[in-house]
Design a protein around this ligand. Sequence first.
Ligand SMILES: C[S@@+](CC[C@H](N)C(=O)[O-])C[C@H]1O[C@@H](n2cnc3c(N)ncnc32)[C@H](O)[C@@H]1O
Length: 252
Amino acid sequence: MLYFIGLGLAKKFLTQASIDAMRKVDVLYLDAYTSLSCDINKEYLEKLLGRQIILADRNTLENNSKSIIKLLEDGKSVGIATIGDPMIATTHVSLATEAKNKGYNVMIIPGISVHCYVISKSMLSSYKFGRSVTVVYPYDKILDTTPYEVIKDNSSRGLHTILYLDLKEGKPMSAKDAISLLLQMEEIKKEGIITPSTQIIIGQRLGCEDEEVKALTISEALEYKYKDPPHIIIVPSKNLHYMEVEALKCLH
Ligand SMILES: C[S@@+](CC[C@H](N)C(=O)[O-])C[C@H]1O[C@@H](n2cnc3c(N)ncnc32)[C@H](O)[C@@H]1O
């Protein structure tokens, strides 16, 4: 059996189902690259569960899945624990389908995802979210403008956009860096999608004791004093329902 175990965003969101599964498996990996938590880490989980955990990088789970399949072939049960939900905005589906196609049972244990958490805290209508996208660091000085295109497309259909921020080699992108990249995209595209008066919602350290969810304009966000990451951004559609307008006022 291969278990994909969602840990939620912080210690207080660990579920009994996730703890039971982590105790039960023969080999337990902690996915250390698709997300991060302010208070769940390998040491904390090892102490809580009284067992050993292996930190898994992208290579172990994506390119070198053979080692995990080999454990299953040897009759071992394997767990892959992930901050948040194991299947939301991660790359674990390919490993799950590979194991399933080879005849192994796959069990998914959902966890509270940042995706649901930020929608809930924003009070925006959950029916009105379009495709989500990740703002990534420029690669070889080339800026990927996909987030700009996705915001534009969602906006044209009256939909909100969730922006995940890049997490490269354990270095989480801050909201401030993401906003300056969005402004650079605007300079390239010049379609008036991201302007100083564009409203955004910034979620900081969600699930932690010092979490914050704030509605700001882009120009306010450039001056804002942020807490440490992780950060996430929502770009609300301009076509807000009057209840959503009221909800946003509560986040100022
Ligand atoms: C690619 S998503 C993975 C989401 C995860 N699988 C889940 O279900 O929660 C990771 C990104 O979400 C955002 N994020 C994750 N946890 C967060 C938190 N507690 N507070 C704010 N943003 C967070 C950050 O932008 C981070 O780089």
